[in-house]
Design a protein around this ligand. Structure first.
Ligand code: IPD
Ligand code: CA
Ligand code: CA
Length: 261
């Protein structure tokens, strides 16, 4: 399954890189939520490869197979064919493919590929996390004032900008810096390999986090809701850190939690 996911991510990543150099066809799913020809082409290729490599396994995928309502009770591929669509549409070279195999209440395999930097992040449950051919670990920064933290903004940001800006202000004024790179899968992959020390976002979908959260856990990090309750890619509230920063961050963010306590 890891090899199938990696092959699909690498081939879709090459396709995205090729399409990145050409003019884009952009359609609006909502005012600021876009889909391009590349999202659709990468998805088609990934689904074809996964159907071929693991016939019969269900697929949840952002653009064409996006219906879900509960935590799945049978194995399912969870696919984001292009994470960072807004970046892609603006020719900002920061995006990735994310593929996870989810079964028995947790991701079993997670693969994230950044085709511009040619970086392939992989993890398997209890098997560790890797960047290309090297094992990765989260950072050892233990104070938030020394930490570089990432976040992202959901597409309904205009409806809840007060709490999103309040969280941003809180973390910005307690950390060394905050980044908003624009691809949640890469935010998690960067946390897993110690280039970031923590990440939070509200409103993520399963395909944004299903591969990245396994990378973070397998690299020694921790994920939860803002209150510290257990994380799942099926709940729309994510706090991830190198574990050492988790207590400080939950203390700051718990008042913004909308997850069940
Ligand atoms: C988005 C990106 C972005 C995050 C949004 C996601 P998409 O995914 O991961 O960083 O802030 O919440 O929806 O739409 O580019 O696949
Ligand atoms: Ca996404
Ligand atoms: Ca996407």
């Amino acid at each position: 399954m890891l090899l199938a996911a990696a092959e699909a991510a690498l081939r879709a990543g090459s396709l995205l890189q090729e399409l990145f150099a050409q003019p884009h066809q952009i359609r609006h799913k909502s005012v600021i939520d876009l889909v391009t020809e590349a999202d659709l082409a990468a998805e088609e290729l990934i689904l074809e490869i996964l159907h071929h490599k693991s016939p019969g396994t269900k697929i949840l995928s952002e653009e064409s197979l996006a219906t879900y309502d509960a935590i799945p009770d049978e194995p399912v591929w969870i696919v984001d064919p292009l994470d960072g669509t807004t970046n892609f549409a603006h020719n900002f070279p920061w995006f990735a493919v994310s593929i996870a195999l989810y079964a028995e209440g947790s991701s079993q395999v997670g693969v994230i590929y950044n085709p511009i930097q040619q970086e392939l992040f992989c993890a398997t449950l209890a098997g560790g996390a890797w960047l290309n051919d090297a094992p990765i670990r989260v950072s050892e920064i233990s104070l938030l004032q020394n930490a570089l933290v990432a976040t992202g903004f959901p597409y309904d940001v205009r409806k809840r900008s007060d709490s999103i800006l309040a969280m941003l202000k809180t973390v910005l004024t307690h950390s060394q810096g905050v980044r908003r790179p624009g691809a949640a899968a890469l935010d998690l992959a960067y946390l897993a390999c110690a280039r970031l020390d923590a990440f939070w976002e509200v409103g993520l979908k399963p395909w944004d986090a299903a591969a990245g959260y396994l990378l973070v856990e397998e690299a020694g990090g921790t994920l939860s809701s803002f209150t510290g309750s257990p994380f799942s890619p099926f709940i729309p509230e994510l706090l991830a850190s190198n574990a050492l920063l988790h207590e400080e961050l939950t203390a700051l963010l718990r008042e913004f939690s909308t997850a069940a306590r």
